[in-house]
Design a protein around this ligand. Structure first.
Ligand code: HEC
Length: 137
């Protein structure tokens, strides 16, 4: 093994160890139609939504937070609709629709810079992820 290869291997191993949770998949809303599996779609949802859903319950948000919530809103609106192409039945579709509603509500709350409504929408979104995983994952 060359020295360059060794360096590359250690960097890759370090990156793998640093990344906990689902694979990072940074997919802008416009690219969502290109997703080819529910697993990749879910990874994209987690990549954008997990760091923001953690902020549910916070006493205040910054302008950067509201901008990030708006981005979650637009991406999750796209992924929740796309998810129905990988449907597991009517109950699955209902939960996908609910996730879409949660995303719309978050977008409204973020553009109004409404702390309470943003926090509530993030919590509602988290609950929808959890409910669907309880039933279908
Ligand atoms: C409509 C149902 C539904 C909703 C809503 C939902 N999920 Fe999922 N999720 C699933 C199913 C089904 C799987 C298993 C998919 C598979 O591996 O094929 C899954 C798997 C996952 C995975 C594991 C993917 C992997 O790499 O194996 C992650 C991460 C995830 N979901 C994140 C989320 C997040 C974050 C939300 C909310 C923003 C969410 N999901 C909302 C149904 C849902």
């Amino acid at each position: 093994m060359s020295k360059a290869t060794l360096v590359l291997v250690s960097v890759t191993v370090a990156a793998a160890l640093a990344a906990c949770g689902p694979p990072h998949r940074d997919v802008p809303a416009g690219e969502v139609p290109k997703l080819t599996s529910l697993e990749h779609l879910m990874d994209a949802q987690a990549t954008i939504a997990d760091p923001q859903m953690k902020k549910a319950g916070a006493a205040s948000f910054t302008d950067e937070d509201y901008a990030a919530f708006a981005e979650v809103s637009s991406r999750i609106q796209a992924t929740s609709m796309k998810a129905k192409e990988f449907t597991k039945g009517p109950d699955f579709d209902k939960l996908a629709d609910r996730l879409h509603e949660n995303a719309v509500a978050l977008g409204k709350a973020a553009s109004a810079k409404d702390q309470k409504a943003s926090s509530d929408s993030l919590a509602a979104m988290k609950a929808t992820c959890k409910e669907c995983h309880g039933k279908f994952k």
